[in-house]
Every structure is written in structure tokens, then in C-alpha cells.
Design a protein around this ligand. Structure first.
Ligand SMILES: Cc1cc2nc3c(=O)[nH]c(=O)nc-3n(C[C@H](O)[C@H](O)[C@H](O)COP(=O)(O)O)c2cc1C
Length: 194
């Protein structure tokens, strides 16, 4: 079977963020899935200005004007499926993520997307909103998600992850990744149909 190219997107760009910990954890867990090739995309490496393009990305043909947008577009275009790791800010997902989502359109289309959320209620509000956005981008949000509850209890004073803090979520995450694999495989084949 062809390799399935999975991109893990780390949505938080805050100094001292918690997000890098679950992002690395889910990326490492995903690497254990047969046929998955996994890359972690940190939005800190794609600091796009507030979206103010004259033309909607849905209508852009060929290259984008900003070279950093082209770099971002190449990464998203090469993906077969996504795992977004998102915090919850004021019962939504962070604006850093929405901004980078809005810069592209066709690159997201017809691909599955799964979520790792974290917060008081495991980022449930943020993930719910992202599912709506995904549908508008012609994506397939998968049912299962990993919801990490009260992440602030999982870190040591120095900011590092407490040993075994995410173990409780490992089984659920593996089931989520199996669901993502099915959708990734099916949609990769289906994208060949014109
Ligand atoms: C602007 C802001 C708004 C927040 N709003 C929520 C919220 O609505 N629900 C929640 O569970 N946590 C909320 N939190 C707490 C975050 O879950 C917590 O700070 C978490 O560590 C943020 O993820 P990050 O460190 O990866 O950026 C908020 C944090 C910030 C900075």
C-alpha cells in the first residue's frame, strides 16, 4: 500500500504553550501506525500575516504571492490526512489556526481531519467549531477525537510534561488513528476519481 502522508498541526503559538507536548505525543503515536508517514507542522514556523488577500484562495490559480504561503501550501497539499492539536481560547480555537486555515482552500479539499483538543472540557468547544470549518473546506472530520482534560495539572513546575501524564489517553488515541487511517486510505484513492 502507498504511504499515507499525515501532518500533525500544532495550533498554539504562545510562549510557554502546553500544545507542543500533546503534539509531539500524538505525532510519535501516529508514527507507529502502519503506512503512516508523519510530520509535525508547528504554526510558529508559518507566521502568516492576518489574512487580507484580495482574492479568495478558492479562486487562486498557481502560486500565491507570499513565498511563506507557498511553503505552507506545499505542506498542506502534500498531506493525505491531518491531526490538528488545538487549545481552547474563549470556547473557540485559536486565531493562529484560523488564519493559517483561511490562506488555503484546494489544498485541504477531500482529506480527512482528526483532532486532539485540550482544556477544561478537553477542548470540546474548539473541536466542535473546527468540524464545521472542515466541512466548508470539503474535508471529512472524523468522529473520534482525543480530549485532554485540565492539561495544567499535567506539567511540572519547569513546564515539562509529568511522566506518564498522557498514558490515560493512549488507547483512545490509537482508536482515533485507526479511524483516521481508514478515511485517509479511502479518500486518497477517491481523489483519483475526477
Ligand atoms: C486567551 C485564552 C482563553 C482561554 N479560554 C479557555 C476556554 O475557553 N476554555 C478552556 O478550557 N481553557 C481556556 N483557556 C486555558 C487554556 O486551556 C490553557 O491556557 C492552555 O494551556 C492553552 O493552550 P496552550 O498553552 O497550548 O496555548 C484559555 C487560555 C487563554 C490564553
Amino acid at each position: 500500500m502507498d504511504k499515507l502522508n499525515i501532518k500533525v498541526i500544532l495550533a498554539s503559538v504562545r510562549d510557554g504553550r502546553f500544545g507542543d507536548k500533546p503534539a509531539k505525543w500524538i505525532a510519535e503515536t501516529a508514527k507507529e501506525v502502519e503506512n503512516f508517514t508523519v510530520e509535525l507542522l508547528d504554526l510558529k514556523d508559518y507566521p502568516l500575516p492576518i489574512f487580507s488577500e484580495a482574492i479568495s484562495p478558492a479562486y487562486v490559480q498557481g502560486e500565491y504571492a507570499n513565498p511563506l504561503v507557498n511553503r505552507w501550501a506545499e505542506k498542506i497539499s502534500s498531506a493525505d490526512g491531518f491531526i490538528v492539536v488545538t487549545p481552547e481560547y474563549n470556547h473557540g480555537y485559536p486565531s493562529s489556526l484560523k488564519n493559517n486555515i483561511d490562506y488555503l482552500y484546494k489544498e485541504w479539499n477531500k482529506k480527512p481531519i482528526g483532532f486532539v483538543g485540550y482544556g477544561t472540557t478537553g477542548g470540546a468547544f474548539a473541536v466542535g467549531q473546527l468540524r464545521q470549518v472542515a466541512i466548508e473546506l470539503q474535508m471529512a472530520p472524523i468522529r473520534m477525537a482525543t480530549h485532554i482534560v485540565s492539561p495544567w495539572n499535567m506539567v511540572e513546575k519547569d513546564g515539562s510534561l509529568k511522566l506518564g501524564a498522557l498514558d490515560h489517553y493512549a488507547n483512545g488515541a490509537k482508536k482515533m488513528l485507526e479511524q483516521l487511517k481508514w478515511w485517509t486510505k479511502v479518500l486518497k484513492n477517491a481523489r483519483e476519481i475526477k
